[in-house]
Design a binder for this molecule. Structure first.
Ligand code: FAQ
Length: 335
């Protein structure tokens, strides 16, 4: 089963389905007042069950995205064109693995285990970002992932540094610093190819931009009117800026960067709108988005199979680490 679309929690508006007791209502009122005051929530603080489940959903999807996101670029480590680019790419892919670990650790503070979350991913029951179901066909794709995919990730993740759930916010501060290096290395790789490369290399960059542009815009999630979680998540300070507003900020920032790079963005409707003070852009193919999210993108099957294989082949590492920990404990007790 390759779907990412199975529901792991009931849909709803966040309101409890059974009436609250007076004590529960008091706790809820106090919680919401703290959120309204801009306070952060720590793991041992009281929180509504729906707040906890929303965070587990979002943080685990985010963690899965980081570790599945290692695969498309990891595919190019052995084929990087120079030692310098190989070292940079190795470090970047390793960083993404680290981001996954910080995020699984943040999710664990909410009472789920990492094994449970990984099982859901491998069983095809959990979502991860749609973007990682597209193939990396050339070296330029690695640069474009840095520029556009990490660029979109940063735009979405900087507001998460102010997420009301403190362990998630803390993880995001470090992640954003690293993502910013990732974005720059991608842009730099593309700039070198566009400025000093051959016409074929420049065509390769343009082709990669053409293929990644629209999927990058989809990373921000469905339009606000179709985003069933946004209203409650914004009210609880989990999300700070809406999907559409972040998408618009990304387009506005990226158009100028494309100009410096010397590539065109594949959208005939992209133009500055003086009245809005933003770039207008053409319609996004939401059918494609939901198809990919539903498990039928170009690489969904491959990605999940690769993840499951890596998990199985890594079993000996987990067993060795546990055996080492048990031995160290015995030795410590005996000393
Ligand atoms: N792909 O109501 P909303 C990265 C789902 S990390 C798949 O708007 P929400 C680093 C959504 O889950 C990239 N599914 O949901 C890197 C929900 O389904 P559910 C990941 C998507 O949560 C770079 C349904 O649609 N970043 O790139 C997507 O309020 C390079 C309705 O949507 C994060 O996860 C999608 N694109 O807003 C690594 C950031 N969009 O759960 C390697 C944290 C939506 O009801 C290389 N997450 N869905 O079954 C968020 O900010 C939010 O969760 C959103 C979605 C904005 C993604």
């Amino acid at each position: 089963m390759y779907t990412q679309a199975m529901d792991l929690m009931p849909k709803g508006d966040g309101k409890p389905s059974v009436p609250l007791s007076a004590t529960e209502q008091q706790l809820l009122d106090r919680f919401e007042a703290r959120i309204d005051d801009g306070a952060f929530v720590e793991p041992k603080d009281w929180m509504p069950d729906h707040y906890r489940r929303t965070l587990v959903r979002q943080i685990s999807q985010h963690a899965h995205s980081e570790i599945v996101g290692m695969l498309p670029e990891g595919n190019w480590i052995t084929r990087a064109p120079t030692l310098k680019r190989k070292a940079i790419l190795l470090a970047k892919v390793q960083d993404e693995g680290g981001h996954g670990l910080y995020l699984y650790a943040a999710a664990e503070t909410l009472g789920v285990s990492r094994d449970e979350l990984i099982d859901q991913l491998h069983a095809g029951k959990a979502k991860y970002s749609s973007i990682f179901n597209y193939p990396t066909l050339s070296w330029a794709d690695v640069g474009v992932i840095g520029w556009l995919v990490d660029g979109a990730a940063i735009m979405n993740q900087v507001p998460l540094c102010r997420c009301s759930y403190a362990p998630y916010a803390r993880a995001m501060i470090r992640i954003c610093r690293e993502e910013s290096f990732h974005q720059r290395q991608g842009y730099d790789a593309l700039l070198v190819m566009m400025r000093d490369g051959t016409p074929r290399q420049r065509d390769m960059v343009q082709d990669a931009v053409n293929r990644w542009w629209w999927p990058s815009l989809m990373m921000f999630g469905p339009p606000d009117e179709a985003s069933n979680h946004s209203e409650q998540s914004m009210r609880w300070g989990i999300k700070r800026i809406s999907n559409d507003d972040l998408r618009q900020k990304f387009v506005d920032a990226t158009v100028q960067q494309a100009k410096v790079l010397g590539v065109s963005l594949p959208d005939p409707e992209l133009r500055w709108n003086e009245a809005r003070g933003h770039f207008d852009f053409g319609p996004i193919d939401w059918d494609e988005f939901w198809r990919v999210v539903g498990g039928d993108g170009p690489c969904n099957r491959e990605r999940l199979a690769d993840r499951a294989q890596a998990w199985d082949e890594g079993a000996w590492v987990r067993e060795a680490a546990l055996a080492h920990a048990a031995k160290s404990t015995t030795q410590r007790k005996a000393a």
